[in-house]
Design a protein around this ligand. Structure first.
Ligand SMILES: [Fe+2]
Ligand SMILES: [Fe+2]
Length: 216
């Protein structure tokens, strides 16, 4: 991946930007999902990935913003129904991408979306578009729509921040600099859009600087 200093021209969190799209508030969905977001630090991961999804939407006006925003908000809610002791031992070690708990958190995330969203006024057809993205978001190899692509990119982008490196390095049992290698050689290559690659490079440059990842 390109090494790059955080540039003020790249609209991302590391260069001081916040999303400023004129989106309707989803606070009712956040509140309904709150108990489910307390598992596995999803109350940190999800808001950060939500911000990256909104930044990506600024450069992808062809995507349906409501589908993307609701899908990223709920995508990992299913971890709340996975046996906590298995989240790290099976979800982040060995063949973690195809472990049973990975599939289970996707399935339960779809169930939670179907439980929460009808009462907040969302129609069945919309809910299906959301669950089509949540289903397989970690285990499917390919994306099937621009909305799916933006959710997948946003899901990965938070990991390039100091917060993401801090949490995810622990989940994978790596030092921050070992996890830095995983980001450069694995996660970066999985990004789909040019916008996400630009954002990831800028976020990682800032994290290298702050966490001294090129020193320790
Ligand atoms: Fe996930
Ligand atoms: Fe996630």
């Amino acid at each position: 991946m390109p090494s790059q200093s955080p540039s003020p021209t790249i609209r991302t969190l590391a260069s001081g930007f916040s999303p400023d799209g004129d989106w309707p508030s989803l606070d009712d969905v956040w509140r309904a999902a709150e108990p489910a977001l307390r598992a596995r630090s999803n109350d940190i991961h999800t808001p950060l990935s939500f911000a990256f999804a909104e930044l990506l939407l600024e450069t992808h006006p062809e995507a349906d913003p409501l589908v993307v925003r609701v899908a990223i908000l709920l995508h990992d809610s299913g971890w709340s129904r996975v046996d906590e002791s298995k989240i790290i031992s099976e979800g982040f070690r060995g063949d973690w991408r195809t472990s049973d708990v990975r599939y289970l958190h996707e399935l339960e995330g779809c169930n939670i979306a179907r439980e929460i969203l009808p009462g907040l006024g969302y129609e069945d057809a919309f809910i299906t578009r959301v669950t089509d993205i949540i289903d397989g978001h970690d285990t499917r190899l390919q994306h099937h729509s621009i909305e799916d692509a933006l959710v997948r990119d946003a899901d990965r982008l938070w990991r390039f921040t100091p917060t993401g490196i801090g949490l995810a390095s622990g989940w994978f049992g790596k030092t921050p600099s070992q996890y830095h290698e995983q980001l450069k050689t694995g996660t970066f290559r999985e990004l789909i859009t040019d916008s996400a690659r630009e954002i990831a490079a800028a976020e990682l440059a800032r994290s290298v600087e702050l966490l001294k990842l090129d020193v320790i």
